[in-house]
Design a protein around this ligand. Structure first.
Ligand code: NDP
Length: 260
């Protein structure tokens, strides 16, 4: 896959799955803009790793839920690189596992803001440039939860189902402009997010302890997600748009079903 000369924005591109995407896109030849929210050290560390590969990298503090900050990042990207070819809407936050009966409206709003409004603001901001170029690729990160809809995950699953709907409509709206939109839905991937969940549920940040039996015998890795994304944004996938592709090793392990 050759992405030389292309410019990618990865939201939450500093850590976890987003970092995996940043590194894989850079390895394929793209220059990368990392949007981060607060972990400046992680952003700069990833920036240094990308620069060491000979690619250009820009880090920019932008909360995806803040439309002004999103617009500022996109303006800076165009000012610096002159184009935008790839957007990976990856930034996200975990589920608390509470059942609806114990869920406060603020938790649902947090998930909607992060997983729906964030991708909406970013996508809206890059579309004029992509339309002008008559090309572009937009990836949305969903979750295996839209296959399982597990108890205790309503706010998170609502956010991820919403972003899948957005991507599928968008693929139709933008196809005459040469812009493709696809969704990648990960199973449980070993990152800070899943380590936090393991800590909360099992008292250890070793993700392997979350379940007795893992699909394909192991948790997923950020590179499992990033490899698919590099393929989807490449010309090899030029007839694929509006799809939701699960990368879950054949099905996620079952989540706890007891009420919390
Ligand atoms: P991590 O917690 O490891 O990393 C989250 C990243 O998102 C960080 O770079 C963080 O930046 C950034 N971020 C979070 N909120 C915002 C915000 N409001 N604005 C800008 N950046 C933000 O998460 P993962 O890598 O595990 O998850 C990435 C995506 O994958 C999420 O959308 C998640 O829902 C999804 N996913 C993850 C799964 C898993 O098992 N890990 C499974 C299925 C889906 P900073 O450090 O600066 O705060």
């Amino acid at each position: 896959m050759d992405l030389k000369g292309q410019v990618a924005i990865v939201t939450g591109g500093s850590r976890g799955i987003g970092k995996g995407c940043t590194m894989a896109l850079a390895e394929a030849g793209a220059d990368v803009v990392i949007a981060y929210r607060k972990d400046e050290d992680a952003a700069h560390k990833t920036e240094a790793e990308v620069s060491a590969m000979g690619r250009r990298c820009l880090t920019f503090k932008a909360d995806v839920t803040n439309q002004e900050q999103v617009k500022a990042l996109v303006d800076k990207t165009i000012e610096t690189f002159g184009r935008i070819d790839i957007l990976v809407n990856n930034a996200g936050g975990p589920s608390t596992g509470r059942w609806l009966v114990h869920t406060e409206p603020t938790e649902l709003l947090y998930q909607i803001n992060t997983h729906i409004m964030g991708p909406f603001f970013f996508t809206k901001a890059v579309l004029p440039t992509m339309r002008q170029q008559k090309s572009g690729n937009i990836i949305f990160i969903s979750s295996v939860e839209t296959k399982m809809f597990p108890a205790g995950h309503i706010p998170y699953a609502v956010g991820k189902a919403g972003v899948e709907a957005m991507a599928r409509c968008l693929a139709l709206e933008e196809r005459d402009y040469g812009i493709r939109a696809n969704v990648v839905a990960p199973g449980v991937i070993e990152t800070d997010m899943s380590r936090r969940v393991a800590k909360a549920l099992k008292g250890t940040s070793n993700v392997i302890e979350l379940f007795d039996k893992w699909p394909l015998g192991r948790p997923g890795k950020p590179s499992d997600i990033a490899n698919l994304i590099v393929f989807l944004v490449s010309d090899k996938a030029s007839y694929i748009s509006g799809q939701v592709i699960f990368v879950d090793g054949g099905g996620a392990p079952l989540w706890e079903l007891s009420e919390s």
